[in-house]
Design a protein around this ligand. Structure first.
Ligand code: NAP
Length: 272
């Protein structure tokens, strides 16, 4: 990665996180360039990370080995079609845009190596979870480059088929919001049970973090960890039985199914 030249098209939240992550991992500023229409943003990123900033996308991409498309999905077609004549064969395209398929990208950029990623919002704090899919033209070295890029902001995991990106979207892409919803509900319930709101919120958040850290550090799966903390006829069992009587697992299954179906629909709309 240290020899790779990386260009970011669009220097918003996701690009800034990736740039910050790469710099923190020791990638030299001279290897990174980015483009953005916002003069303030260009000045800010140049000052903060010492990277070359351009108003023109083609200029930013000119010498890059890896071109990261980090613009809004709605902008993708226009930006790609304008960028296409400036591209060189062999440059790796990495798209982090939700709902833009490799087929759409190839139709706007021409056939070339493409990696489609689905990151999530915790990437903004270096704790992202990303799914990656590579087209057949992507070499082993380029796969490694894409993986290391996304690993700069968390964990990265390859999927075998592009359809699985819809499942990644349903699990981790939209996933932070599911946990936020549970945190919201637990905080409200804690308050209802007599805790000050702030205390209920802090206890909820630390419990979420602690549970995630325990699960990540354990060989046991979530079901086993749950069983270990659920004593017969105890308080946890009373809560879990209530969740299950309300159809919790089926509800989660339906919710993620709805997210995946929406991901397919959006890709159809955005690809036109
Ligand atoms: N943020 C996340 O957590 C997250 C998670 C998963 C996936 N993603 C994906 O990451 C992509 C970027 O999201 P984001 O949250 O970083 O959005 P963002 O903060 O809005 O960043 C997009 C940047 O692109 C700039 N831009 C607009 N038109 C451009 C053009 N023609 N050429 C070059 N740059 C242009 C925007 O400038 P203006 O602001 O001046 O328009 C903005 O600075 C999206 O496709 C999104 O689906 C983001």
């Amino acid at each position: 990665m240290s020899d790779t030249r990386i260009a970011f098209i669009g220097a918003g939240n996701m690009a800034t996180s990736l740039i910050g992550g790469l710099r923190a991992k020791g990638v030299s500023a001279s290897r990174i360039s980015a483009s953005d229409p916002g003069a303030d943003k260009r000045e800010q990123l140049a000052a903060e990370y010492g990277i070359a900033m351009f108003a023109d996308n083609a200029e930013a991409a000119a010498n890059a080995d890896v071109i990261v498309l980090a613009i809004k999905p709605q902008m993708m077609k226009t930006v790609c079609q304008a960028l296409q004549p400036a591209l060189r064969p062999g440059q790796l395209i990495v798209s982090v845009a939700a709902g833009i398929t490799c087929q759409s990208l190839a139709s706007w950029l021409g056939e070339r190596p493409i990696v489609r990623c689905m990151p999530n919002t915790p990437a903004l704090v270096g704790e992202g979870a990303s799914g990656l899919y590579a087209t057949a033209q992507v070499s082993a070295a380029q796969r490694q480059q894409a993986e290391q890029l996304l690993e700069a902001v968390g964990m990265a995991l390859w999927v075998d088929s592009e359809a699985q990106i819809d499942a990644v979207t349903a699990v981790s892409g939209s996933g932070p919001a599911y946990f936020f919803l549970l945190m919201e509900a637990m905080t409200a319930a804690g308050e209802q049970l007599g805790l000050p709101r702030d205390s209920a919120a802090r206890l909820t958040l630390q419990t979420a973090l602690g549970a995630a850290r325990m699960a990540l550090g354990s060989d046991a799966d979530a079901a086993e960890l749950r069983r270990r903390v659920t004593s017969p006829a105890g308080t946890t069992e009373a809560a879990i039985k209530t969740f299950q009587a309300g159809g919790f697992e089926a509800l989660v299954n339906n919710a993620l199914g709805a997210a995946a179906a929406r991901s397919v629909e959006l890709a159809e709309q955005l690809g036109k």
